[in-house]
Design a protein around this ligand. Structure first.
Ligand code: NAD
Ligand code: ZN
Length: 369
C-alpha cells in the first residue's frame, strides 16, 4: 500500500508590509544570511530585507541572481554562501530565484526563507525546485528533505508588481485542482512522495473556488496597485492553496505539457510559466473529454485575464506538426507527471494540443467578433 503524504512549510505569513517583520521572525536563528534576488528585485525589496536583518544583528551576504534556476547557478551561489558562513538562505523574487534559494539552502543544510515579490507561481511553499539548463530547457525536478522554514508574503509589494505576473500565478493555481483531481481519481502519486490526503484535496478544490470568485477583482486591484481583500484572497490561493494543493495533491498533464514547451526554441521562451500552464490546462481538459461548457468556462476566464489560449497566443502560430510532436514527446517521457493520471502516447498528446488550440480559436470567433 502506498502511504498518504502531506507536506508544507513550517510557517506562512501574508499581509501588507509583512516584510517589515522579517527580522522578528529570524531573530536568534543565526548570525549570517545569504540574500538572493535579481537586479530588479534588489531595488524593490532586497535592500529593505537586508536593512531589517541588520536591526536584529544578522549580517547579509548579498547575491545578484543571474536569471536561470540551473545547476551552475545553484553551485555558484552555494559557494558564495559557504565562504560567507551563511546558514540562513533568503530568496526574494519570482519562481526561479525562489527555486534557486531552496537549492542553495539544501546544500548548506540551511534555514530557508522565501519572500515572493509577485504571486506569479506556486513555487514559494514547496520542497522542490524545477531545474533548467542554462538555456532555459526543463531538466528535472529536484526534491528536498524539507519545505521552506518561513514563507513571508508582503501583499503591498505584490500589489505593485506587473498585473501580467499575477495573472500568470492565477493560471498556475487554476491548474492545481484540474491536475490534483485527475491524480486523486487514479490513485496516482503526488510530488510529496505518496498518495493524496483529504486535506490536500480540500485545499486544491478551494483554490479553484477562490480564483473563480476573486481573480478578476484581484487583477483589477493590481492594475490599480492597491491591496484589497480580494487580492489577499487570490495571493493566498496562488501561493499557499496552490502550493500545498499541487505538491501534496499531484501534478498531471498540464505541467508536463508546460515542460514540453520549454524544449522548443524561439519566442515561446518569452512566456511566463503560468502562461504556458494555462495552455497546458486546456490540453488536459481536452484529454479528459470535458464538456464544451466546461472548457469554455476556462477559456473565457483566461482570456478575461489577458492569458494565452491558442498556439498563436503562445507564439507558436507557425509551429509544424514536428514541433508539436517534439513538445508531446517531451511531455510524455517516462518520468513526467502526465503518467500520474493518464495512460497516453505522445501522438495522443500532440492531437490534444492541436485540438485545444482549435477549441480556443472557435471560442474567439464565436464571442469576440
Ligand atoms: N518549485 C516549485 O514548486 C515551482 C512551482 C511553480 C513554478 N516553478 C518555477 O518558477 C519559475 C517561474 O517563475 P516566475 O513566473 O515567477 O518567473 P521568473 O522567476 O523567471 O521571473 C519573474 C520576473 O519577475 C520580476 N519580478 C519579480 N517581482 C517583481 C516585482 N515586484 N515587480 C516587478 N518585477 C518583478 C523578476 O525580476 C523576474 O524578471 C519556473 O522556473 C517554474 O518552473 C517552481
Ligand atoms: Zn506551476
Amino acid at each position: 500500500m502506498v502511504e498518504r503524504v502531506f507536506i508544507s512549510p513550517s510557517k506562512y505569513v501574508q499581509g501588507r508590509n509583512a516584510i517589515d517583520k522579517i527580522g522578528g521572525y529570524l531573530k536568534g536563528i543565526a548570525k549570517t544570511a545569504v540574500v538572493i534576488a535579481d537586479q530588479t528585485v534588489w531595488k524593490i525589496a532586497g535592500h529593505k530585507v537586508v536593512h531589517e536583518l541588520k536591526k536584529e544583528n544578522i549580517s547579509a551576504e548579498e547575491v545578484v541572481f543571474n536569471g536561470e534556476a540551473s545547476r551552475d547557478e545553484f553551485e555558484r551561489i552555494a559557494g558564495i554562501a559557504r565562504n560567507a558562513g551563511a546558514t540562513i538562505v533568503v530568496g526574494i523574487g519570482g519562481g526561479k530565484t525562489l527555486d534557486t534559494a531552496k537549492a542553495v539552502s539544501d546544500q548548506l543544510n540551511g534555514y530557508t526563507v522565501i519572500v515572493p515579490t509577485t504571486a506569479s507561481t506556486d513555487a514559494p511553499t514547496s520542497a522542490l525546485s524545477v531545474v533548467y539548463s542554462n538555456e532555459g530547457v526543463f531538466e528535472n525536478y529536484r526534491f528536498y528533505k524539507k519545505n521552506p522554514d518561513l514563507v513571508l508574503v508582503d501583499t503591498k509589494i505584490i500589489a505593485e508588481a506587473p498585473p501580467r505576473l499575477l495573472a500568470s500565478g492565477i493560471a498556475d493555481a487554476l491548474a492545481t485542482w484540474v491536475e490534483a483531481r485527475s491524480v486523486i481519481s487514479k490513485g496516482g502519486k503526488t510530488m510529496a512522495g505518496g498518495v493524496s490526503t483529504i486535506a490536500a484535496e480540500a485545499i486544491a478544490e478551494r483554490c479553484e473556488e477562490v480564483l473563480f470568485e476573486y481573480a478578476h477583482l484581484a487583477y483589477k486591484s493590481v492594475q490599480a496597485k492597491v491591496v484589497t481583500p480580494a487580492l489577499e484572497a487570490v495571493v493566498e490561493a496562488n501561493t499557499l492553496l496552490s502550493g500545498l494543493g499541487f505538491e501534496s495533491g499531484g501534478l498531471a498533464a498540464a505541467h508536463a505539457i508546460h515542460n514540453g514547451f520549454t524544449a522548443l526554441q524561439g519566442e515561446i521562451h518569452q512566456l511566463t510559466h503560468g502562461e504556458k500552464v494555462a495552455f497546458g490546462t486546456l490540453v488536459q481538459l481536452t484529454l479528459e473529454k470535458r464538456s464544451l461548457e466546461e472548457i469554455e468556462q476556462y477559456i473565457g476566464f483566461y482570456i478575461s485575464l489577458g492569458l494565452p489560449v491558442t498556439l498563436e497566443d503562445i507564439k507558436l502560430a507557425g509551429a509544424s506538426r514536428e514541433d508539436i510532436i517534439k513538445v508531446a514527446e517531451a511531455a510524455s517521457i517516462e518520468e513526467e507527471t502526465i503518467h500520474n493520471a493518464f495512460q497516453i502516447t505522445a501522438d495522443e498528446v500532440a492531437d490534444a494540443i492541436i485540438a485545444a488550440d482549435q477549441y480556443a480559436r472557435a471560442f474567439k470567433e464565436k464571442y469576440q467578433q
